[in-house]
Ligand binder design. Structure first.
Ligand SMILES: NC(=O)C1=CN([C@@H]2O[C@H](COP(=O)(O)OP(=O)(O)OC[C@H]3O[C@@H](n4cnc5c(N)ncnc54)[C@H](OP(=O)(O)O)[C@@H]3O)[C@@H](O)[C@H]2O)C=CC1
Ligand SMILES: O=C1OC[C@@H](O)[C@H](O)[C@H]1O
Length: 340
């Protein structure tokens, strides 16, 4: 029996991300501060929930429910993890919050900023926790890169950032019911992976307070947005060039993020370009534990156990900042979801 404090998760939906998340939270690793219990699984079908337990957490004994609502009513669930497609995040967050549950909801948090604001208002009214599961922000690599760039200032003032996320999905080749293809599920590369490009870009530019001016273009295929390019222009002249696509065909199955810093050598102040031979290089290594969701799960659990209502790593204003930018990009790019 572990001496660690426990948190009891209720998992909503049995798709890909729920399997990744559950497998990670059950890992044993050095530095773990919370015992994560899979208390309940909520699914559109009891059979799917049972299969999920068999395949992903056979050593746990969660309650299995053939609806999400039953899970929200379970008094033994401390926090609900929502892993449904984007278009359902609003409904699922609102129902969980109105049932008095704390919530960690997958990215992108909602379809638009208006929905996100309504969820935060509901959380405030119900005095519960809610956070967007922007897992990369919790990773040691991300936090160390921020420290290096903006506290240690290893490359000086960051003036321009390129940030891209290319996903090898090819929506047109998927069934019409896929969340990557069905607009009623919130299909589109911006909400799916562009949110990462914006997140990395925002961090690398040092969390500028003002909202940037934006120039954006989007490409659509069969009505679904498959490629986005946006320039974020700040009044200081800083620019973030953030791009994404779901059509990175032939892309490798895994993404490796490596922090490798090249600094200009002393005594070469007037050099216009920086050949590698003329620079000193330093490589940084970071731990890889499971698929990388352990830090998000730990931080979220500690937030709940310590009584916080907002994430220290992904506060509401950060979700809103990115959602407001995505709204503007979609307005310029011509992407609209049913009901908007
Ligand atoms: N952080 C990360 O690295 C990742 C995050 N994500 C995010 O997770 C969320 C879900 O993505 P993913 O797991 O890939 O999606 P999947 O399509 O694999 O799973 C979604 C699940 O939602 C439930 N669901 C409810 N209604 C529907 C519906 N009408 N159509 C389809 N599914 C429905 C289903 O579970 P059930 O039938 O059991 O209710 C389904 O299995 C998205 O927000 C996505 O952006 C995705 C991948 C990686
Ligand atoms: O968050 C994600 O990361 C991995 C991608 O393959 C997936 O489409 C996306 O939702």
């Amino acid at each position: 029996m572990s001496d660690l404090p426990s948190i009891r998760w209720g998992i909503v939906a049995t798709g890909m991300i729920s399997t990744w998340f559950v497998e990670d939270i059950l890992l044993e690793w050095e530095g773990k501060r919370v015992n994560h219990v899979v208390q309940a699984i909520g699914s559109s079908s009891t059979q799917k929930a049972q299969d999920f337990v068999k395949n992903n957490c056979p050593a746990q004994t969660p309650k299995v429910y053939g609806s999400y609502q039953e899970l929200y009513q379970d008094p033994d669930v401390d926090i609900v993890y929502i892993g449904t497609p984007h278009a359902f995040h609003y409904r699922d967050c609102m129902e969980a919050i109105n049932a008095g549950k704390n919530v960690l909801c997958e990215k992108s948090f909602t379809i638009n900023a208006k929905q996100a604001r309504e969820i935060f208002d509901a959380a405030r009214r119900n005095n519960v926790y809610v956070a967007e599961a922007m897992w990369v922000r919790h990773r040691p690599l991300y936090q160390e890169l921020y420290r290096l760039l903006h506290q240690e200032k290893i490359i000086g003032d960051v003036f321009r950032v390129f940030s891209d996320f290319a996903n090898g999905v090819d929506p047109a080749s998927l069934p019409a019911s896929s969340r990557h293809r069905d607009l009623t599920l919130g299909a589109g590369s911006l909400l799916d992976v562009g949110v990462y490009a914006l997140t990395w870009g925002r961090m690398a530019l040092g969390y500028q307070k003002e909202l940037p001016q934006i120039v954006a273009k989007q490409t659509h295929e069969e009505g679904v947005e498959i490629t986005t390019s946006a320039i974020l222009q700040y009044s200081s002249g800083r620019q973030g060039i953030c791009t994404c696509t779901s059509k990175a065909l032939g892309a490798p199955g895994e993404v490796f993020v490596v922090v490798h810093v090249w600094k200009k050598q002393e005594g070469a102040a007037d050099r216009a370009f920086f050949p590698r031979e003329a620079c000193e290089g330093k490589k940084y290594d970071f731990p890889q534990i499971g698929r990388g969701f352990v830090w998000e799960a730990e931080n979220t659990a500690l937030d709940i156990l310590e009584g916080r209502k907002e994430s220290r790593v992904m506060p509401w204003e950060e979700t809103l900042y990115i959602m407001d930018i995505m709204d503007e990009i979609r307005a310029q790019g011509g992407t609209c979801y049913p009901g908007e």
